[in-house]
Design a protein around this ligand. Structure first.
Ligand SMILES: Nc1nc2c(ncn2[C@@H]2O[C@H](COP(=O)(O)OP(=O)(O)O)[C@@H](O)[C@H]2O)c(=O)[nH]1
Ligand SMILES: [Mg+2]
Length: 260
């Protein structure tokens, strides 16, 4: 039977990039996707309007637009999307950032060969043989490689990325909601990598392209880098810390309104 696949696009202040991302899915990519779910995380620009205009102009494009009840961050947006995927019976949830840095089409050979069926998750990797980086500074590349190495030591597996903007998760793996108390901000993905170790999930890293052109990165690199190290160090000392609440603000349930 054909797998039911949800493509989740987190979107925050990317009015210029989002239509390009949607456009890039036309053709073969859409043959693998049942629903494209754009989650507007309370953007302050015209991101949501851009999504709605795109839907209006592309009537047969399987697009759904949600708006988070609050700004839940990138991690919180994942929680909304994962819940949606589980509740609506999707077999897989693919995440693609809405700011047009990654490219869904990089996953097509992997989807075509059915590679994902043998894993709990397939993680797009920007720093492995076959990956391609455009406009990414040497400093950031180096920093990422060092961090990959540190996480590899602690999780005792080969790590080629700690959070690219293109990843596939099976809903079977997500079902027990192990991620519910993970950080709501951009460090969510680092926790997901530690979870690979703690829960013994089976991952596959897959090389992807990554570009930086007109995006505005919201990452506060310095403070995030330090926080991530602390997180990793705590986990190294006591692996049970992964069960603690990593959030700054406790949220009962992550809710979103279906706009269209
Ligand atoms: N920064 C940020 N990004 C968010 C948020 N919610 C969703 N996103 C999306 O998450 C993706 C990654 O964010 P970005 O700032 O580009 O981080 P970077 O690519 O790791 O430098 C983008 O596609 C954003 O549109 C949020 O609250 N903050
Ligand atoms: Mg980005």
């Amino acid at each position: 039977m054909k797998d039911k696949i949800l493509l989740f696009i987190p979107a925050y202040n990317c009015e210029n990039q989002l239509p390009r991302v949607l456009e890039s899915l036309k053709g073969e990519a859409l043959s693998y996707i049942d629903t494209v779910l754009v989650i507007n995380n309370r953007s302050t620009d015209k991101t949501e309007e851009a999504a709605l205009i795109y839907k209006e102009e592309n009537r047969d494009f399987p697009l759904k637009v949600l708006r988070n009840d609050e700004n839940y961050g990138l991690g919180g947006s994942h929680k909304v999307a994962f819940e949606y995927a589980i509740r609506k019976g999707y077999d897989y949830c693919i995440v693609l950032h809405g700011d047009d840095q990654g490219n869904f089409n990089d996953f097509i050979p992997m989807l075509k060969k059915g590679i994902y069926k043998k894993y709990d998750c397939v993680l797009g990797a920007r720093f492995m043989f076959g990956s391609k980086l455009f406009g990414y500074s040497l400093f950031r590349t180096f920093g990422n490689i060092v961090y990959n190495f540190l996480f590899a030591m602690v999780t005792r597996r080969r790590i080629f990325d700690l959070g690219s903007g293109l990843n596939l998760y099976s809903t079977r793996m997500l079902e027990n909601r192990f991620y519910q108390k993970f950080p709501d901000n951009l460090t969510f993905n680092y926790c997901m990598v530690m979870a690979l170790d703690y829960y013994g999930q089976k991952e596959r890293f897959y090389p992807v392209t990554w570009k930086e052109t007109d995006q505005v990165s919201n990452v506060k690199m310095g403070s995030q880098a330090v926080n991530v190290l602390k997180m990793l160090f705590k986990y190294m000392k006591n692996r049970e810390t992964i069960k603690t609440d990593y959030r700054e603000k406790k949220i009962e349930s992550y809710l979103a309104e279906e706009i269209r």
